[in-house]
Design a protein around this ligand. Sequence first.
Ligand code: SF4
Ligand code: SF4
Length: 296
Amino acid sequence: MKQILVISGKGGTGKTTLTSAFSQLAGDVVLADCDVDAADLFLVVKPEKFRREPEDFYSGYKFTVDRSWCSGCQRCIEVCRFDALSMVNGSEDNHNWKVAKIDPLACEGCGCCADVCPAEAIKSEDAHSGQIFIADTRLGPMVYGRLGIAESNSGKMVAVIRKYAMQIAGEEKREYIVIDGSPGIGCPVIASLSGVNHAVIVTEPTLSGLHDLERILKLCRHFNISTSIIINKYDLNTEMSDKLEQYCQQEGIELAGKLPFDKIFVEATSQGKTILEYAPTSEISHKVEELWTRLS
Ligand code: SF4
Ligand code: SF4
């Protein structure tokens, strides 16, 4: 089983479109959408049948104040670094009774307030952070997750998604796991990188594309991951594209290929198809096939 991760230093480079095309070309594949903050591979590779009910994902803690226990001492407010606590009326009738209240959107779940509360009025419970799905699609089984709005611990969710993808690939003896990674260099990207056979970095010819490429490459090197680069939409800025190529040469990284800008990328996605399904005889589809041959 080989695990191929498609990542990008920034969003909007065409990463997910290439992931769906590579998955189709891989054939014997399990797909894993690890871009859990903005999962969208399922829009192209539509789930046909869910293998089981969505699994609730719990991560971290949610804190609340039990007002009947609160003495109003305000020690919790002193220690909260996120200004998530305030004093409010304990009841509508008695405005002299003040109790602490936690703003759930501002709370980072550090637990300091609970530690210092002398009345043990601050309670915690496991936080429901999202859901994980396992579905059959026309390209193969797919595992993906959806993190709730403003929920953290996306790296932990990525680890669970990858565990299920590996389990399915092992049980069904599938040759490839193709992973759609998150943009950037944060926790979900690190969780996506661990243990993959190869990471394909999709970049585009802009200054921020170069800057973000440098950062993600540093991360791949830190984890000793074999890496290659695809420059997408290279013809939109050939000067910058040349700079990216020079950078690859300087750094000794393989340039897997360059793709021109093509409306087919957007059209195929809006039709819920891979570019190979939408325009199988197009030049861009042939170029993507060549890229996959090289990568695989
Ligand atoms: S858990 Fe941390 S962030 Fe949340 S209210 Fe308490 S001290 Fe503030
Ligand atoms: S530390 Fe505890 S008792 Fe004091 S105000 Fe905060 S919640 Fe209430």
